[in-house]
Design a binder for this molecule. Structure first.
Ligand SMILES: NC(=O)C1=CN([C@@H]2O[C@H](COP(=O)(O)OP(=O)(O)OC[C@H]3O[C@@H](n4cnc5c(N)ncnc54)[C@H](O)[C@@H]3O)[C@@H](O)[C@H]2O)C=CC1
Ligand SMILES: O=C([O-])CC(=O)C(=O)O
Length: 328
């Protein structure tokens, strides 16, 4: 049997963890031929709940699940890990300023980045889901100087999938007919869901939509504020759709994008499209050979430029804030 791939999930007892772990163990993350060993990291008070989830994993008798370890020790969680899904984060609570939120998360993602640096497998790939995802990924990356920077990514695939569905609903097209849609910038309300290069069954999406007001006043804000809409409706933030997007992100990273299409991911900027080098920003990306490539050479019109710049400015502010707090 192939050696199992070690997948570490932080915040494993949380609601995304509950929607994610069973799908990983069933083979949906890495494919039907790859056995996995799960490593669950939780804070001490939630270890017992994580143990309960592990009992349920056992009860599924997944043929691909080689075992589940549970720990509250950061170094043990990332020792030899191949795929790290950093889901657990400190949520913003009433009265918390942004600086407090960044500081609390710096206390989580700094040590996790260091543990990945010191103990993870050479091929480690990291996806940060916990918010503020881009900046948490930036913090983790900053504490892992020995790991290639491009192994640290942040999740904007949920935004990408939300945008696909909104466009499909508006036009009556099948999701599978849509290509080349892109999310730029931060996983926040400033993100820019971009239809200017998108196609529907080969035709320019903007021509099919033929409604500029819908794009600016409906599509973009609906996608960018969808997280808040889910919280308002459900009384809790997106969990199954977030877990689904995490599965999609890692599966695409390891298996590649289809010919002629791309997806969106928060990846380390190489300076493309004027995004400062080193920031973790969402871009249109392809994947091949187990690595992301930022799609090059796209024309950026004035409408797109303004929106990309606004979201990137927010990322720069977050980067400067964590630097001034001494978190990187
Ligand atoms: N990037 C994206 O598209 C999305 C991101 N999110 C974010 O994902 C994160 C998790 O969401 P949920 O699962 O719904 O939250 P949750 O509150 O249900 O679970 C979070 C879990 O993380 C654990 N945790 C906290 N600190 C930890 C640490 N230092 N080490 C290990 N575990 C720790 C908690 O004990 C808890 O069990 C939140 O930050 C949320 O905002 C949610 C949806 C979409
Ligand atoms: O705001 C949140 O915690 C949830 C989130 O990121 C989203 O649903 O996009």
């Amino acid at each position: 049997m192939t050696t199992p791939v070690t997948v570490t999930v932080t915040g494993a007892a949380g609601q995304i963890g509950y929607a994610l772990l069973f799908r990983i163990a069933s083979g949906q993350l890495l494919g039907p031929d790859t056995p996995v060993r799960l490593r669950l990291l939780e804070i001490t008070p939630a270890v017992q709940a994580a143990e309960g989830v592990a009992l349920e994993l056992e009860d599924c008798a997944f043929p691909l699940l080689a075992g589940t370890d549970i720990t509250d020790d950061v170094a043990a969680a990332f020792d030899g890990t191949n795929v790290a899904l950093l889901v657990g984060a400190r949520p913003r609570t009433a009265g918390m300023e942004r600086g407090d939120l960044l500081e609390a998360n710096g206390g989580i993602f700094g040590p996790q980045g260091k543990a990945i640096n010191d103990g993870a497998a050479d091929d480690v790939r990291v996806l940060v889901v916990g918010n503020p995802a881009n900046t948490n990924a930036y913090i983790a990356k900053s504490h892992a100087p020995d790991v290639p920077a491009d192994r640290f990514t942040a999740m904007t695939r949920l935004d990408h999938n939300r945008a696909l569905s909104q466009l499909a609903t508006k036009t009556g097209a099948a999701v599978s007919d849509i290509a080349r849609l892109a999310i730029w910038g931060n996983h926040s309300a400033t993100q820019y869901p971009d239809l200017t290069h998108a196609t529907i069954a080969g035709r320019p999406a903007l021509e099919v939509v033929s409604d500029d007001a819908w794009v600016a006043d409906d599509f973009i804000p609906t996608v960018a504020k969808r997280g808040a809409a889910i919280i308002a409706a459900r009384g809790a933030s997106s969990a199954a759709s977030a877990a689904n997007a995490a599965i999609d992100h890692v599966h695409t990273w390891t298996h590649g994008t289809p010919e002629g299409d791309w997806t969106s991911a928060g990846v380390v900027s190489d300076g493309s499209y004027g995004v400062p080098e080193g920031l973790i920003s969402s871009f249109p990306v392809t994947s091949s050979g187990g690595a992301w490539q930022i799609v090059q050479g796209l024309e950026v019109d004035a409408f797109s430029r303004e929106r990309i710049d606004a979201s990137v400015a927010e990322l720069v502010e977050e980067r400067d804030a964590v630097a001034s707090l001494g978190l990187v």
